[in-house]
Design a protein around this ligand. Sequence first.
Ligand code: NAD
Ligand code: IPM
Ligand code: MN
Length: 357
Amino acid sequence: MDQQTKKRIAVIPGDGIGQEVIPQALNVIRATGAAVEFTEFDWGADRYLRDGTTLPPDGFAMLARDYDAILAGAFGDPRVKTNIHAKEILLGMRFQMDLYANVRPVRLLDASLCPLKGVEPKDVDFVVIRENTEGVYGDLGGVFKKGTPDEIATQEDINTRKGVERIIRYAFEYCARHTKQDGSPRRSVLMCDKSNAMTHAGGLWQRVFKEVSTEFPQITTQHLYVDALCMQMVRDPRQFDVVVTNNMFGDIITDLAAGLQGGLGMAASVNIHPGRTSMFEPVHGSAPPIAGKDIANPFGAILTAAMMLAHLGMTRESEKIEAAVLEAVRQKKGTQDIGGTLGTREAGEWVAERAGK
Ligand code: NAD
Ligand code: IPM
Ligand code: MN
């Protein structure tokens, strides 16, 4: 394969189980014969504890310039109490590279994975579009009179017209352009907020949602407060199609939604700014208690790799990976959290072998 035509992937395994699941994802990609080349970066807690650096000053510019995609593991380590490295690397990529749309598909591969009774794969097939650059994640605010009985802590919730509008439009466009797994069109966008209590930010989201929806008359609109959405997601996931929400609600509801898919070990995601280098990562974190034990489920990372290949135009390779994971789930060739008996490495190898056929 000509070097020129290979897609360049920056790989940042990060911390904890990120260092176990990402190598499996890379092996599976290699097994498909996809025309990619990997460059690994050791950014994470170990490096930070070793030399105090998180990433080089030109890190984000380098990623955007030199790579077609980024594949990241997870960031977070109990030895780094401030979590500064995760903030600088993970949130750094999202904010500094302006990857404003966090797309988190929620798909049930097999009925056996869902904790709900009588729910089948066709019943859980929605996508959460999470605003990824604003909200409370900007970490604006401060502490006054720290350590005294009069201490005050403020945490600002930033919602810009530009930020709200572009994520809502992204959700409608996503709905218009994507089908469900069974090939039927996506039809509805649901906005989730807390505008009954947070009236200023909520009001902006409500107004913009209404305005942007008029550009997409064929798409049905729905609204739920985030508390009610949590209840509905567990009672009847069939009603969801495309869900758009702010940064923090999106974080929370996608862990809940991961529960519908078989747990955090099954959930994939991508951080996107259309036209720029995107960053792919499983939804789960570094899971310190299970790190280094070869028991973490690599399928979330492997499905994330499949999303990345599809995004890079390698549909055939992506479909091979998805089919192999589906088969592994059906045959219980996975880790304990999804009812299997294999270790991280064995589960990854099983999928790689299958995806390579
Ligand atoms: P977590 O996702 O690491 O773990 C939550 C639960 O899910 C744990 O019980 C864990 O054992 C389980 N789990 C997660 N991934 C799994 C997998 N692949 N296979 C099997 N079980 C899995 O969340 P947490 O415990 O709240 O956070 C741990 C650290 O990870 C913290 O430092 C947190 O800030 C960080 N974190 C990072 C990311 C990221 O980098 N994208 C995401 C979430 C949390
Ligand atoms: C996620 C994580 C991050 C987030 C943390 C590690 C800051 O939970 O990617 O879902 O809240 O976005
Ligand atoms: Mn999260």
